[in-house]
Design a protein around this ligand. Structure first.
Ligand SMILES: O=C(O)CCC(=O)C(=O)O
Ligand SMILES: [Fe+2]
Length: 358
């Protein structure tokens, strides 16, 4: 449940203008898995999409539909729990939260789970970064949902946690696959030049499960919209997003800033270029500005894997990519830890990258 105090609803209200549909490039990963002209064409399409929009979707990804359905159901069951039970999984900065995004006062019509993903023995595992995390997956409703979907009893008393672990591992693999294809398209060697930052044992990967309840009736007869997640760019290298097929995600054109609505597609994964990828490519790729507008009577649920580098990783444009800009590096070197700490201080919509420009 999202409970807003008096005056807060007005802060997140948006003009009832309908954004036109976005034209989103699709990259078929299954054709990229076969080496040869299919792979080269997919790599070129991916690079073009990152240059033009910083955003595309992936089909032929191979993530098991049964896993996706089971996780959708378990997450929906979690969000349907009594508020007190959800609050038991609250923690800062990770855990359950509602309406507040970050610490700088951004509000949205949203509740969410934010989790760390720590690779252990080569596998991604959401870690209980707050002690209360362990209460979350044991919720009875989530257990029942997962059990009914798989047609069997849950293996442990924590099905949501198990599903999140499996999902995070699958998405980390997909993120790395996409980043390797990207490196090939950019002519980088070795092909793990970027993906190693996400697959490293110390990588700062996160998983976020967002739930946007249907919008409330604000004024009878008025089709008002609310901010679900205010405009921002994702700070990491790459984000891999899937939703339950309810609309609401919008991206801004890098040319004129005009908003366009991403046609929902529950079977594909959407990829965002993050700020760090903009830096690594010396600005050739642009991190995509996006937001979520709550415009539907159906709830929207989205799950996002954020691929970030290890905290101490020194980040700067890749040498091979400086050529396009007369050899000039547009950004000074910084660590991921440094970048994250500037992000924590500001509002969602703030441009953080400008602080690191040369
Ligand atoms: O929920 C969504 O669809 C997008 C949310 C988002 O942009 C984020 O969590 O960074
Ligand atoms: Fe985002």
């Amino acid at each position: 449940m999202v409970v807003l105090a008096k005056g807060e609803l007005e802060q997140i209200a948006l003009p009832a203008a309908q954004s036109p549909p976005a034209n989103v490039q699709a990259v078929d990963l299954s054709s990229a898995r076969r080496s040869g002209p299919g792979r080269a064409a997919a790599a070129r399409a991916l690079v073009a999409a990152c240059e033009e929009q910083g955003f595309f979707k992936v089909t032929g990804h191979g993530v098991a539909p049964a896993l996706v359905r089971a996780l959708d159901a378990a997450a929906a069951a979690f969000f349907a729990l009594p508020q007190a039970e959800k609050e038991a999984a609250a923690g800062r900065p990770v855990g359950y939260a509602s309406k507040r995004i970050g610490t700088a006062g951004d509000l949205g019509w949203i509740e969410y789970l934010l989790l760390c993903v720590a690779p252990g023995a080569g596998q991604a595992l959401p870690v209980p970064a707050s002690a209360s995390f362990s209460t979350l997956p044991c919720a009875a409703a989530a257990a029942a949902a997962a059990a009914s979907l798989s047609g069997s009893e849950p293996e442990s008393s924590c099905p949501l946690r198990g599903l999140l672990e499996e999902y995070a591992a699958a998405l980390r693999r997909m993120a790395c696959e996409v980043l390797e294809l990207m490196a090939e398209g950019l002519g980088l060697a070795p092909s793990d030049a970027i993906s190693r930052l996400v697959s490293d044992g110390g990588s700062d990967n996160m998983l976020r499960v967002n739930h946007y309840p249907p919008r409330p009736e604000l004024q009878a007869g008025k089709n008002q919209l609310l901010t679900g997640f205010g405009e921002h760019t994702d700070p990491q290298i790459i984000s891999v997003l899937r939703s339950n097929g309810t609309s609401g995600l919008e991206i801004a054109s890098p040319r004129d800033g005009a908003w366009a609505s991403v046609p929902p597609d529950a079977d594909s994964f959407f990829i965002n270029v993050g700020d760090v990828l903009q830096v690594l490519t010396n600005g050739r790729f642009r991190s995509v500005k996006h937001r979520v507008v709550v415009n539907s009577e159906r709830p929207r649920m989205s799950m996002i894997f954020f691929g970030g580098p290890p905290p101490g990783e020194r980040l700067a444009p890749l040498r091979e990519l400086l050529g396009d800009d007369g050899g000039r590096s547009r950004y000074r070197e910084f660590t991921w830890k440094e970048y994250k700490s500037t992000g924590c201080r500001g509002r969602l919509a703030e441009d953080r990258l400008c602080l690191f420009e040369n």
